[in-house]
Design a protein around this ligand. Sequence first.
Ligand code: HEM
Length: 128
Amino acid sequence: MINNNPDTRPVNLNLLKIRQPITAITSIGHRISGVLLFLSIPFVIWMLEHSLQGPQGFADVTAWFDYGLIKLLALLMAWSAAHHFFAGIRFLLLDIEIGVDLATARSSAMVVNVLGVIGVLIAMVMIL
Ligand code: HEM
């Protein structure tokens, strides 16, 4: 029987104790990556603009990638771009009711997460 009494309903708000399903983790990752992509836009435009100012500008931007912190941020953005892109395609397919059954939704969520990691590995090969 469903207990609708808010006073006696069991409550567990410790997010670290709640084991999220793989589909939820993929969805949370999609939101986080969307926000990171949005926040990165001014920096990416600024870097592109600087790199196009001439050979010196291009050399400057290339040199920034020698810094560990910049490399780390670049890897984070590689994950964001890959995860958001593939999770976005997954959501669009779900919107037209492709892959909505639980087993397929779980598998496609896993595929998206793996593709996000592959995006980071490709970026690592290029940056490191
Ligand atoms: C610079 C590029 C992008 C930025 C800044 C961006 C940002 C965002 C943000 C902030 C959200 C809201 C997330 C949420 O509320 O959970 C979102 C949702 C979404 N994005 Fe992107 N996005 C970008 C590119 C893309 C691309 C390339 C795709 C397609 C492959 C895509 C597909 C989607 C979809 C389908 C949703 C809705 C997901 C849902 O139904 O909850 N996005 N995006």
